[in-house]
Design a binder for this molecule. Structure first.
Ligand SMILES: [Zn+2]
Length: 565
């Protein structure tokens, strides 16, 4: 059995047991690696740790800076793989490839290497610092714009264009089609799509400028430049995307919308495409919908506190009623509703989603979309669908008063309806619905709950760092969370989170479940302000309060919560 790192450090008299206890207490609090904590506290050096890691793991250690890595090994393993997994091949003989790794127990990486090279893989341990240095030395940054893309390693990527893209060949169209299908353009666009998938980007922006075209990715809500090709490429990149999404490539003066679907590594992703004419050409924004996940979305993974989750489960256990899920675009509303339907679905119930278009395929749930080309509008389709004896229904948007009244009527019948609405003010949605012409007595009996939500970036649990906030902030946190001695956490950055300090996003919620008094207020056409006061008296917690609780619990940062609009 291998010895624990802490024990070894004490055995070698590098640290005292008091120092170990102190570091382990920190580890429990922050979830950070023991080694990193000890280095930060100055109790051990990087070299000590490398030596001991090697002892602990019973794997030899090497000092990478003393090794020359042969080019053929780099080609064998590929730059992409080395950078992605932080591994450096150092030697090979007939049957064995020796590879330096920061974590020589990462069996997934070892298996992949063995599969890729057909060689036995012998890991040796090196510090992450040493590996990063070596990678920088092997792959110095160059000035060519293409280098930001991995054009050589064209991983499998299949693009499925909408079937309706069957268009007569017009004049000029042929030329435009041809240049947009040229190999370099196809590769550039594919590489951009792959980079977006790798980085789990939600959007890609193609922005034409005077002398170049900016290709940017939005990752965890933040926009970063991926690559800046010269402007000669601009129109062809745009044309390629227009072809993929079934748009008219000769129409450059009006905005267009379309979508295509990509498959990579057995995951499907829908990509919405929207063009917009700007001064230097056309801007294109791609929106990646969540993949058709094999793993189901579950209520307990959305980020609700246990108390709220319990209340919400009680709300959706109702036989009928209206649950309004509100927030700005990209605030996680669809995920919440999908998770709700997944929790409710059963062979004895009829469950439907109705969206334009269907965003994600859900297992064991019926899904429908309008077909405007065939003359079936969103409103008409919904009117017919609600006559199909439904138990649970998701309505993807409520664009008109006609749709809204269909939704409310269904909720008054025998269907539990989840309606997704783009609206920033959770309580304000009630007067808004009344202003749309829904009779107060109908909403009075239909409304089961209003769930308002936003997404904030989730702190990487591997590298977050706690700190003591200044007193005024502490006071604010005490009031919002009821904790006596609240701490906050900051983003640091490590391998697990690609150096950003964040991993994914979680929901921040506020849930209004109207009681009798509030129903009376709705009946009387109360304002958002009056509703808010009644809700407060009834224990309603605001988005900010919910968010600050998550900040104090180390799930996100104070800044993320404070940037909620
Ligand atoms: Zn991290």
């Amino acid at each position: 059995m291998r010895k624990k790192l802490g024990q070894l450090l004490i055995e070698f008299k590098i640290i005292t047991s008091e120092q170990l206890a102190e570091a382990m207490a920190d580890q429990r609090r922050t979830g950070e690696r023991l080694g990193s904590i000890l280095i930060k506290k100055g109790y051990v050096t990087e070299e000590d740790l490398e030596y001991l890691l090697s002892r602990q793991l019973a794997v030899p250690a090497i000092n990478l800076s003393k090794y020359q890595v042969p080019r053929e090994l780099v080609e064998l393993v590929s730059e992409r793989f080395m950078k992605k997994n932080y591994v450096v091949p150092v030697e090979r003989d007939e049957k064995t490839l020796t590879v330096a790794m920061a974590n020589p127990q990462d069996y997934r990486v070892i298996d992949e290497l063995r599969f890729m090279t057909g060689l036995r893989v012998a890991p040796v341990v090196s510090s992450m610092y040493g590996i990063k240095q070596k990678l920088r030395e092997l792959f110095p940054k160059s000035e060519k714009w293409e280098d930001a893309l991995d054009l050589k390693a064209q991983r499998e990527l299949e693009i499925i264009t909408p079937q309706e893209f069957q268009r007569a060949v017009e004049e000029n169209l042929e030329d435009a089609l041809e240049s947009a299908s040229e190999a370099p353009i196809v590769k550039i666009v594919n590489s951009v799509l792959l980079a977006a998938l790798d980085k789990k980007a939600t959007h890609v922006h193609i922005v034409p400028e005077e002398s170049a075209v900016q290709v940017k990715l939005r990752v965890n809500s933040h926009l970063e430049t991926l690559v800046t090709p010269p402007k000669e490429y601009a129109q062809n990149i745009v044309n390629r995307l227009k072809i993929l999404s079934g748009m008219d490539i000769l129409q450059r003066r009006l905005p267009q919308e379309g979508y295509f679907r990509v498959r990579s590594e057995d995951q499907f992703y829908d990509v919405d495409v929207a063009t917009f004419p700007v001064r230097n050409g056309e801007q294109v924004v791609l929106t990646f919908q969540q993949p058709f996940s094999k793993e189901e979305l579950r209520l307990e993974n959305l980020g609700m506190t246990p108390e709220m989750l319990e209340t919400y489960r009680r709300v959706i256990a109702a036989e009928r009623g209206l649950v309004l899920v509100v927030g700005p675009p990209d605030s996680g509303k669809t995920s919440t509703i999908y998770a709700s339907l997944n929790a409710l679905k059963s062979p004895h119930r009829v469950t439907f989603t109705y969206e334009n278009p269907i965003k994600n395929r859900l297992a064991d749930i019926n899904q429908a979309e309008p077909n405007e080309r065939a003359g079936l509008t969103f409103a008409q389709g919904l009117k017919s669908l609600v006559k199909q004896d439904l138990d649970y229904l998701m309505v993807g948007e409520v664009p008109t008063t006609e749709v809204l009244s269909t939704v409310v009527e269904a909720a008054l019948g025998r269907t539990l309806v989840f309606a997704r609405m783009v609206f920033n003010n959770t309580l304000g949605v009630v007067p808004h619905v009344l202003e749309q012409g829904v009779a107060p007595f109908m909403l009075y009996s239909a409304l089961a709950a209003v769930l308002g939500q936003r997404l904030v970036r989730r702190l990487c649990p591997e590298c977050l760092e706690s700190f003591d906030p200044p007193e005024p902030v502490k006071e604010e946190l005490r009031r919002a969370t009821g904790r006596e001695n609240p701490h906050l956490y900051r983003a640091v950055g490590c391998r697990a989170c690609g150096g950003t300090g964040y991993r994914g996003r979680i929901g921040v919620f506020e849930l209004l479940v109207p009681d009798d008094e509030m129903r009376q207020l709705i009946l009387g056409g109360a304002s958002a302000q009056e509703l808010a006061e009644a809700a407060r008296a009834n224990g309603f917690r605001t988005l900010i309060e919910d968010g600050l609780t998550k900040a104090v619990d180390g799930m996100t940062t104070y800044e993320e919560v404070r940037s909620i609009k």
